[in-house]
Design a protein. Sequence first.
Length: 441
Amino acid sequence: MQKVAIVGRPNVGKSSLFNRLVGRREAVVADFPGVTRDAKEGLMLYHNHRITLIDTGGLWSGDEWEQAIREKAEWAMEGAQAVIFVLDPREGLSAADYEVADWLRKLGKPVVVVANKIDSPKHDIYLAELWGLGFGDPVPVSAEHARGLDDLMDRVMEHLPADDEDVPEIAPIRISLIGRPNVGKSSLLNAITHSERAIVADTPGTTRDSLDVEWDYGGQRFVLVDTAGIRKKPDTAIEDYAIQRSQAAIERSDLIWLVVNATDLGDHELKLANLAYDSGKPVIVVVNKWDLVADEDLKRTEKDLNQKLHHISYAPRVYTSAINDYGIHDMLAEAMKLHEKWQSRIPTAELNRWLEIWQMRQSVPNFHGKKLKMYFMTQVETAPPTFAIFCNRADFVTRAYEGFLQNRIREDLGLAGIPVRLKWKEKGPYKRGKKGEEAEE
């Protein structure tokens, strides 16, 4: 197992960088120093290399925990093949930074210097001072905005030995971005990949075919599919073809990002919500251009979203801005979480224990003195999770009661945000005759 330690003085962003690289919020992040004291490990996969990252506490902090933190860091360094030395160049090098650098030189480990909080190329002017530390060229990154992470890991990999462990290739998660024209799908794709892979213009209909982009995040491979904007009624044969291609991309996907414009919500969002729901795929509602919503309009916008998207009210929402990268990390982290749930399988014994509880919690439908009776429940499929419920009369099941059960499955069985399917199977002491009458067996 390859190990890499992350070190530096307090409050330079070590834990934020650690969270970005492992793709989860494992380490606590705060704006004041001294939050991280223990050495925390996290697993990441980079180009099918399994790497253990170790987040350490702030060194040379000058507080009562300094000795204990340094001992933990020294322990982390013993098994590490390389070190990521994190600095905040915008504050300039401090005495503590030089102390950490001297300590690293004595240990003799390969060191990659990371200049954190470099949010854009215009901040690269802060790097000059770091070259004097003697560890080679610093790598500019922004843990907050996920800038420069691939450059950083490429440099780290230069110092790691060949990985003899046979790590199975991870299947990519396919995500389709769908939405009306000009809601910012292509801009979001470019913001995620830090590139200009998709053409962006103010003219609706710029994207006319699906565009697949491969992307690695937190050790997970993604295929991000930018689809053409879907109109209510296509104006041309080309647009009609583009919509067909978009629908085909949705069918091939594992997950859907439904992108809506926070400043321009229309009735068409309801149709798109239905399209996403009918696919059976997990849906994340991406409310883009959120930075353009005035404070006094926030409640009204939320109300509009609730009305337009009530068919998929279970779907989580992420609020984003492709212009300033706001919410980009949340899109990917939420996708990884939902994809895992989408493939969940619940034990039959647990399902039937909950089935009894749900029947006591909510009265079953009753027609002319005859009640719906549910005898048994089992999961018959995953992706999406599909459950068969054996009952006396399937035609007694109302839409409201089925919705109640779906909500309970999501909330009580850890499937929040996931579409749930129910299949009703008739079984029991009664059966229906040819004309629908009940007859005893």
